[in-house]
Ligand binder design. Structure first.
Ligand code: GL7
Length: 824
């Protein structure tokens, strides 16, 4: 098409003024939705608006692709089994810089902008922090003009929708695709074969070189679906490319002809099952065959795609690692290492040493967990059934690696066992973390403490072998979504007082320090918080039917429900306050509302019991007239990115109370503090760095250090001692066990209490006293509203470090060595 024609298309379809946008919406209503305005539903209008916005993004996406291609830009491939982008519409409108114009266009059409935004069903393609981090990093890479492709899985069903019935979590399927997805562009012609099972055979090629052929047993096809990811205030628009599985033959005619109708579609059903559903375990326990298949499926499609793009340049494959760096988001995509070896050696006849050089310089690995049960391992027998050729390649990698290690650590044979990618034993296993470390040029943890514990405890032998390999990149979050978009009252105030620079340069929040003592500014700050609390109260009422009072202190814990995160410690404090108020009705404490939110893995009994306990305690406390509004507890159902938008800005206190040494980083802790909540927390994960930044006088610290936790573990933990020596703790536990909160049923919460009293690995009872006393300091501090507000302002002012832009800048400089590319 000539340049003239294409620029004509641009000017008529993608104007940025209100009139052009309005016109676009109407055109899409008719030509995409096939509706006329009189009968259009809210959902039709949402789709029309989404398409109007999308048109404007696609333009940029194509210019970006063209620029990157012309420049032969080095590219980051972010390989992640999870991406949790959150609702797209508002974020994209902000990134395009057309917020006012869209509002105007929508108003002219007589529509309500807020309710259109509400129509969007978010893609819940992740479990929690890990998937959300991937989405923040996609945002920052585009904003920092780094060429990047996010590769992942297009799950048909994302994380389940949580409903609460009789206090229990009930899981409902998440049908996010039911009404279509205007943000994705299906690429039905961009498809790759992915093979599974079978066996391998050796043969000699025409040069007499011994090679291996994989004779697989079955295959599926991966089809690409692209979602554009726009940078903020720049033209760069990167790609999120998700793969969905299709059957190789959608209909088996042989079976059909013999009358076996069900057999005829069976293969289609099995193949499509591969990307049907996201495994709903946060910090997962490995061992499920379908999960291994999912991992290999998306990794294989992604690498084949990378090779395809690479070969277009005409460059030889032995330079592949100069064009690409691939970041492994945890071990879920670690199978990429043997897969790239296979593509280079088996498919492209590269010699092993060259292929290994390329592979080892392509991948970098981020570890996200210290929990031993979450470190992925695959039983050898299972692995061999699914990926026989990859197992052979892993054996070869391992044997060469152990030779290298043997020479370096001369004579220390014992260490080799600890280093090996294969764990011997009754049921030998492939250790995916070891594979990831051996096959990568850099490894990083996600907070200072976490990286140090990786070096000292999880991977000490690798650290001894390669002292420069394990590094740290502390996590960050995007200020676009988690301030500008979700906290508009604060964004307006900031714009008036310090301008808008912070949106892409979060350190400039420092300018707020000068205003922290200004009474006038403090008052405006309080007004902002008040508005956000009112909004949270409205949402809580709609979601739970519970009224909460914005005049009370909002104390919030939202995150996955897991014993290590210790929601039950929070609950013991609530019961303690309740007991105090019952025993001493005149007690003067500032009224508090405790807000909880978070999903439990469907198979995690204790986590689900904790949810039930929270709701049961809430039920009793909320209807006890003696509490008289001084204590309220609500469980906000279905915590996700959308609900997070209204929860973080409405919090006064942020609960970050994991057992020290268990939370790799946390990112919710950052979102709260960025929105002016004060943290009550342990010295765990990124809490430590947040405290360093905001100042220890502006952070409520309690609990054991990681060193103390380890020492106690060595020495032997006797929870009952803590209970016996602390009457308030004993009483809180007795109450929970007694049936007081469970309509007299003294068995319901017994497992929870028994667990706390008998060898609880998360040592809740040790930190109880220090937590409860710390909470008393919080209550006292909250009485002095001026001082509280000052602390809140200082928290925001000093959170610049925790922008995902800073994290991506560090990846870029220290790991990826990649340059930004301007797109005009
Ligand atoms: C996690 C960690 O638990 C969390 O602390 C960290 O912030 C996040 C992102 O790095 O990764 N690891 C993990 O498996 N999940 C996480 O959220 C699910």
């Amino acid at each position: 098409m000539s340049e003239v024609t294409s620029s004509k298309i641009q000017s008529t379809r993608v104007g940025m003024d209100a009139a052009a946008i309005k016109q676009s919406i109407l055109e899409h209503l008719v030509h995409t939705q096939s509706r006329f305005p009189d009968v259009a539903s809210e959902s039709d209008w949402y789709n029309a608006l989404a398409h109007a916005v999308r048109d404007r993004m696609l333009e940029r996406m194509m210019v970006t692709a063209k620029t990157y291609k012309a420049n032969k830009s080095r590219t980051v491939c972010y390989l992640s089994a999870e991406f949790l982008p959150g609702p797209h519409l508002a974020n994209n409108i902000l990134a395009l810089g057309i917020w006012q114009e869209v509002q105007e266009a929508v108003a002219q059409l007589g529509l309500d902008f807020e309710s259109l935004l509400e129509e969007e069903v978010e893609p819940g393609l992740g479990n929690g922090g890990l998937g959300r981090l991937a989405a923040c990093y996609m945002d920052s890479m585009a904003t920092l003009k780094i060429p990047a492709i996010g590769y992942g899985i297009r799950y048909e069903f994302g994380i389940f929708r949580q409903e609460i019935e009789d206090g229990w979590q009930v899981e409902k399927t998440d049908k996010w695709l039911s009404y279509g997805n205007p943000w994705e562009i299906p690429r039905p012609r961009l498809r790759f074969n992915v093979h599974f099972g079978g066996h391998t055979e050796q043969f000699k090629d025409i040069d007499g070189i011994l090679r291996v052929k994989w004779i697989p047993e079955w295959r599926v096809i991966g089809v690409a679906h692209d979602t554009p990811v726009m940078g903020y205030g720049v033209k760069n628009t990167n790609l999120l490319r998700l793969w969905s599985s299709e059957a190789a033959e959608s209909f088996n005619f042989q079976a059909f002809n013999t009358g076996d109708y069900y057999g005829a579609v069976n293969e289609k059903v099995t193949s499509e099952n591969l990307t049907k559903v996201l495994y709903p375990n946060d910090e997962p326990e490995a061992g499920k065959r379908l999960r291994l298949e999912q991992q290999y499926f998306f990794v294989s499609c992604s690498l084949q795609d990378m090779v395809r793009i690479y070969l277009q340049s005409g460059d030889p494959l032995d330079q592949f690692h100069h064009k690409y760096t691939a970041q492994l988001n945890d071990t879920h995509p670690a199978i990429a290492i043997p897969e790239l070896m296979r593509l280079l050696v088996d498919r492209n006849q590269m010699d092993w040493d060259t292929a290994w050089h390329v592979t080892r310089n392509t991948f970098a690995y981020t570890n996200h967990t210290l929990l031993p049960e979450a470190l992925e391992k695959w039983p050898l027998d299972l692995f061999k059934k699914v990926l026989p050729r990859h197992l052979e390649i892993i054996y070869e990698i391992n044997s060469r690696f152990l030779d290298e290690a043997r020479m370096k650590i001369h004579g220390l044979n014992g260490h080799l066992e600890k280093l090996s990618i294969i764990e011997e034993g009754a049921r030998p296993q492939v250790r995916m973390a070891h594979l990831a470390v051996v096959g990568s040029y850099k490894v990083n943890g996600v907070a200072e403490l976490h990286s140090e514990l990786l070096r000292q405890n999880v991977l000490p032998d690798f650290h001894a072998l390669w002292p420069d390999k394990i590094t740290n990149v502390t996590n960050g979050v995007t200020p676009r979504r988690f301030m500008l978009l979700s906290n508009q009252p604060l964004a307006h105030l900031l714009r008036e007082r310090i301008g808008c620079g912070w949106v892409t340069d979060l350190d400039s929040l420092h300018k707020l320090e000068a205003l922290a003592d200004d009474p006038d500014f403090q008052q405006q700050w309080q007004k902002v918080k008040r508005r956000n609390k009112e909004r949270l109260a409205r949402h809580a009422l709609a979601a739970t039917g519970q009224k909460i009072d914005p005049d009370s202190l909002f104390d919030v814990q939202v995150k996955r429900v897991h014993e290590y995160k210790r929601q039950h410690l929070n609950l013991l404090h609530i019961i303690t306050l309740y007991n105090r108020l019952k025993d001493n009705p005149g007690l003067d404490i500032p009224p508090r509302t405790f807000v909880f939110g978070g999903k439990a893995a469907p198979g995690y009994f204790m986590a689900k019991l904790i949810i039930k306990a929270i709701n049961s305690v809430a039920e009793v406390i909320n209807r006890d007239p003696d509490m008289d509004g001084r204590l309220r507890v609500v469980f906000f159902p279905n915590f996700n990115v959308k609900t997070a938008h209204c929860i973080y800005p409405g919090a006064d206190v942020s609960e970050q109370i994991s057992l020290a040494g268990k939370e790799a980083s946390g990112t919710g802790n950052m979102k709260f503090a960025l929105n002016g909540a004060l943290t009550v927390g342990t010295l765990d994960g990124a809490n430590i760095e947040i405290r360093e930044e905001v100042g220890k006088e502006n952070f409520f610290l309690f609990g054991m250090t990681e060193a103390e936790v380890s020492a106690l573990q060595q020495q032997g933990y006797h929870p009952q001692d803590y209970c016996q020596n602390d009457p308030e703790l004993k009483s809180a536990l007795d109450f929970l066990a007694s049936g007081y909160f469970s309509h007299g049923d003294a068995t319901l919460f017994r497992p929870l209490v028994d667990n706390l009293l008998n060898g609880d690995p998360y040592k809740v009872l040790v930190d109880y006293r220090s937590y409860v006393d710390c909470q008393a300091r919080i209550s006292e501090a909250y009485r002095d509203r001026q001082e509280w507000t000052r602390m809140s302002i200082l928290n925001v002012a000093r959170m610049g470090k925790f922008s995902s832009d800073r994290s991506i800048q560090e990846y870029t400089n220290n790991i990826w060595k990649i340059a930004s590319v301007d797109v005009f």
